[in-house]
Ligand binder design. Structure first.
Ligand code: TXA
Ligand code: MG
Length: 311
């Protein structure tokens, strides 16, 4: 079945209020949205994505008042929330009977919340008047979409998309768990850990990658294009090349994350360029080294997952 895409925020809000799915833009990636208080609507997110089990979803809020109805904010959590709207997701203790569908929280007693920094997303949240569950709008395990066109292609036109142009950040939000006085980064993302520390004068630890549950559902192989990846390397004949920094003389299919080595630009280009090289049909994409500082942490995390052995 094909849908006509909503032309306005009001059209998209009407779909969501009626319990249907609608993809919408955020500053990080496009989200596949559903009313987070409607269990059937949330279940159709899992079904549509082919998400293998019920991983808890990020709950998007219009403002702090909405967020406070869902979770308990300690003073430290409130301090972090001063970075909202923004690419930071906070994992906080859930308020009992907060109205969220259990399946959105996967039955946990914590909830992951953020206020996205995108005018259309904020207008949509305000128009719906309810929190929206929204994972990235791609089939499970595949690359996250940073344009409406990628969403349409990923789901073969089966999901209505509110088009807001290309996403500015290009990788998913940073996830931080607030646990008493401790802050633990569960997923590196579009807000660099050092920037959070500098802005607020706090320390953010990194979750042990080998801990059983950092962010449940952070499967090792994820964000994968069809092609296989080789990391921190130079290309061989017949491969495609995802470069970073100064141009190379490789003559095969090449995309450069950032010619002048800008990590923001590289994050914004990452998924789009992997999509692009994938579409050119190479079986192997060689990827240049990307420095592991600032946003490089999130970029390298996504690259490692994209390169991980597949099931
Ligand atoms: O940038 C983003 O965050 C995008 C856009 C659309 O906002 N959304 C996104 O959502 O990436 P999603 O659902 O794909 O990511 C959810 C992540 C998963 O890794 C999940 O395990 C983790 O958040 N998560 C959700 N609730 C959690 C909780 N209570 N405790 C720990 N991790 C949680
Ligand atoms: Mg995702």
């Amino acid at each position: 079945m094909t849908h006509s895409d909503p032309k306005t925020v009001e059209d998209a809000a009407a779909l969501l209020r009626a319990g249907q799915l609608c993809a919408f833009p955020t500053e990080t990636v496009y989200g596949l949205g559903a009313d987070a208080t409607d269990a059937d609507a949330v279940l159709s997110i899992y079904q549509t994505k082919g998400r293998p089990r019920f991983n808890p979803l990020i709950i998007h809020c219009a403002d702090l008042a909405m967020a406070e109805t869902l979770a308990v904010f300690s003073p430290l959590a409130r301090k972090l929330a001063t970075l909202w709207p923004g690419s930071l997701t906070l994992v906080l203790p859930a308020r009992p009977n907060n109205g969220l569908a259990d399946v959105a929280m996967a039955g946990l007693d914590s909830v992951a919340i953020r206020i996205p920094d995108h005018p259309l997303a904020l207008a949509l949240l305000a128009a719906v008047g309810r929190p929206l569950a929204a994972p990235s709008a791609n089939p499970s395990g595949r690359l996250s979409p940073t344009t409406a066109e990628q969403v349409r292609r990923g789901f073969a036109g089966r999901v209505p998309v509110l088009d807001g142009g290309p996403c500015q950040a290009g990788v998913e939000s940073t996830i931080v768990r607030v646990h008493g006085d401790d802050l633990v980064q569960l997923r590196a993302g579009a807000m660099a850990r050092h920037d959070i520390e500098k802005a607020l004068g706090v320390a953010v630890a990194v979750a042990d990658q080998h801990a059983a549950i950092a962010a449940p559902g952070m499967l090792v192989s994820h964000y994968a294009p069809r092609a296989m990846l080789r990391l921190n390397t130079t290309p061989r004949p017949g491969e495609a090349y995802l470069a970073f920094g100064a141009a190379s003389d490789f003559s095969g299919p090449t995309a450069n994350l950032s010619l002048n080595g800008d990590l923001h630009e590289a994050a914004r280009n990452l998924f789009a360029m992997l999509h692009q090289l994938d579409a050119m049909g190479a079986d192997m994409i060689a990827v240049a080294p990307v420095p592991d500082e600032g946003l490089g942490e999130a970029i390298n995390d996504r690259l490692q997952r994209a390169a991980a052995p597949r099931e």
